[in-house]
Ligand binder design. Structure first.
Ligand SMILES: NC(=O)c1ccc[n+]([C@@H]2O[C@H](COP(=O)([O-])OP(=O)(O)OC[C@H]3O[C@@H](n4cnc5c(N)ncnc54)[C@H](O)[C@@H]3O)[C@@H](O)[C@H]2O)c1
Ligand SMILES: O=C(O)C(=O)C[C@]1(C(=O)O)C=C[C@@H](O)C=C1
Length: 315
């Protein structure tokens, strides 16, 4: 009996899924695609020979390629899982191999720039559905991935023409991976993620850098006394330098806009401390505590905080 997408119940969602860039996100997708029967054939493509070797050793894919144009031949679904700044180059390299009707997607943390880079290279009969799983860790590479990374997390789709049949198939893929899916415009995505993800990373990079630079606080003291709040920042500040360089270069306007707001609010806090305005501090901290408690079930929190999502590979 066919399901809502017209396939038999045991049939995989896609026939031939190509994952270009098999790092944290790409390898997690390969793992969950296998586990949840989302692809009959999984094809891996990476420019790094060391990564391709790990892909083979870990059994992540049925076929492994270096050249994008060879990898994408005959595919019905291609997902770019490379740093945001590399998406245009990869699209250019793969375009001659794309089959008519192929769905092309990505996982980039910035959307408008990826659309601008990739769309000009796609043939008219390719269907482009950009995506961003709002799930990750500070680790990189094929060994860092795990099948449950996307479970219970949001995945944002930014299809150019709004929802259509290709969007429905990409939605089914991400739902199959355990995600909740939402559709929005690339510009809106970039503004929201600037404040919820990009600026927080910049703050973490900055505070860890500042602490390390302070003459009185030696590197060893930074490590020794990092059991509390600072340790949480060091996890975020350990995130991949290439990925995050590309995020900031490709979401410049939204990040600068949100940083402006952030700086104004920081100045207000500075003023409250200088003038002993305890009410202002107390009221803000009460509001932010409520926000944390609304997103985290405090009963689930343990004395030992979970620095990063653990690789719990349960189904
Ligand atoms: N890490 C996260 O938390 C996270 C979360 C959501 C989305 N993303 C997005 O996912 C993408 C990948 O991030 P990641 O954390 O998996 O990175 P990663 O460093 O773990 O993996 C990237 C892979 O891409 C390969 N690669 C780089 N340039 C290439 C090219 N030109 N051609 C072919 N392969 C190339 C690298 O060899 C590497 O194997 C980025 O766009 C990032 O913004 C990351
Ligand atoms: O948990 C983390 O380590 C993350 O930083 C994940 C995180 C985020 O900021 O939430 C980082 C970048 C992505 O684009 C999506 C998710």
């Amino acid at each position: 009996m066919p399901d809502g997408l017209g396939r038999g119940l045991d049939a995989p969602l896609f026939e031939r899924v190509v994952i270009i860039g098999v790092g944290l996100i790409g390898s997690s997708l390969a793992r969950v695609a296998r586990r949840k029967n989302l692809a009959r054939t999984i094809v891996a493509c990476d420019r790094s020979a060391a990564v391709r070797e790990r892909v083979v050793a870990l059994g992540l894919a049925d076929e492994t390629y270096e050249a994008p144009a060879e990898a994408v031949r005959g595919a019905d679904f291609v997902i770019l899982c490379v740093p945001v700044g590399a998406c245009g180059g990869v699209a250019e390299q793969m375009k001659e191999g794309l089959a008519p009707g192929v769905i092309v997607s990505d996982v980039g943390s910035v959307k408008q720039s990826v659309v601008n880079q990739v769309a000009p290279h796609l043939p008219e009969n390719a269907l482009f559905v950009p995506a961003h799983p709002v799930a990750g860790t500070e680790n990189s590479g094929p060994d860092a991935g795990f099948a449950t990374l996307f479970k219970g997390r949001w995945c944002i789709l930014t299809p150019p023409g709004g929802s259509d049949a290709a969007t429905d198939r990409v939605r089914a893929f991400w739902e199959g991976a355990g995600s909740n899916v939402e559709v929005m415009t690339p510009a809106h995505h970039d503004l929201v993620l600037a404040i919820t993800s990009h600026v927080p990373h910049l703050i973490a990079y900055n505070i860890v850098g500042t602490a390390a630079d302070l003459e009185e606080v030696t590197q060893s003291e930074v490590i020794k006394f990092s059991a509390g709040g600072f340790r949480d920042f060091t996890r975020i500040a350990a995130s991949d330098p290439t990925m995050w360089r590309d995020v900031f270069l490709n979401n410049k306007d939204a990040v600068l806009e949100m940083l402006g707001r952030f700086s104004e609010d920081l100045t207000a806090l500075q003023r409250a401390i200088r003038w002993g305005d305890g009410d202002a501090l107390f009221n803000l901290f009460t509001r932010t505590r409520a926000i944390r408690r609304s997103i985290i079930d405090v009963g689930q929190e343990t004395a030992e905080p979970d620095f990063g999502r653990r690789k719990v590979d349960e189904a």
